[in-house]
Design a protein around this ligand. Structure first.
Ligand code: GRF
Length: 193
């Protein structure tokens, strides 16, 4: 568990691959007085990730790494994270699977958000699978990252009801709104706030 020591905010890096709407909500949260984190670095595996624009807008350093060679990419990332004294990593729509070695380096300090009620529907195409199974509810989960995909200890979840006319698109939209609220709440929970 991450310990909050002294009045200073914990330095955090957010990893993204796409739109970055969760990144935006985390940045807004980090700027509040009662937030335990400050976001110091945005990392992406995708130079075209739309969310990278938030680096410019909010004046936060951003870096893109080519994951074709994952070992090299992760080595560079670890060194950047150490140089910036990053103590918490938030994965927010980051589409690469981090290696065991990377996770070991930041054990208990990596969080992820997943758009389902874990342990159900780990992995990709969540909403489509949920609808195919005629589920009545879905939702989102913030959890610690361990060595198995979407399987670490759950911090918080939010349930949403599925309408009869729901499509994968409408469900994704509905859940994303809840994700933006859940991630900051889960971070507070991690710091016992
Ligand atoms: C979110 O639904 C997140 O749960 C999933 O990917 C999506 C990312 O959205 N892992 P955004 O990039 O934060 O807008």
């Amino acid at each position: 568990m991450v310990q909050l020591t002294g009045p200073k905010k914990i330095k955090c890096a957010v990893f993204i691959s796409g739109t970055g709407s969760n990144l935006k909500s985390l940045i807004q949260f980090s700027k509040k007085n009662n937030s335990p984190i400050s976001i110091e670095l945005i990392i992406s595996d995708n130079s075209k990730a739309k969310g990278l624009k938030f680096g410019k807008i909010f004046k936060i350093s951003k870096k893109v790494f080519n994951f074709k060679n994952k070992i090299i990419a992760e080595k560079k990332i670890i060194s950047d994270l150490e140089n910036k004294n990053i103590k918490l990593i938030c994965l927010a729509g980051f589409m690469k699977i981090l290696s065991k070695n990377f996770i070991k380096n930041f054990k208990g300090k990596i969080l992820n958000i997943h758009p389902s009620l874990l342990p159900k529907y780990k992995g990709l195409n969540t909403h489509k699978r949920v609808l195919l199974n005629n589920e009545k509810y879905s939702g989102c989960t913030v959890h610690f990252v361990n060595y198995r995909l979407d399987s670490g200890k759950i911090i918080l979840q939010k349930k949403v009801k599925i309408r009869k006319s729901e499509t994968a698109k409408s469900l994704a939209k509905k859940i994303l709104i809840q994700e933006h609220r859940l991630y900051p709440k889960a971070i507070k929970e991690v710091f016992n706030l």
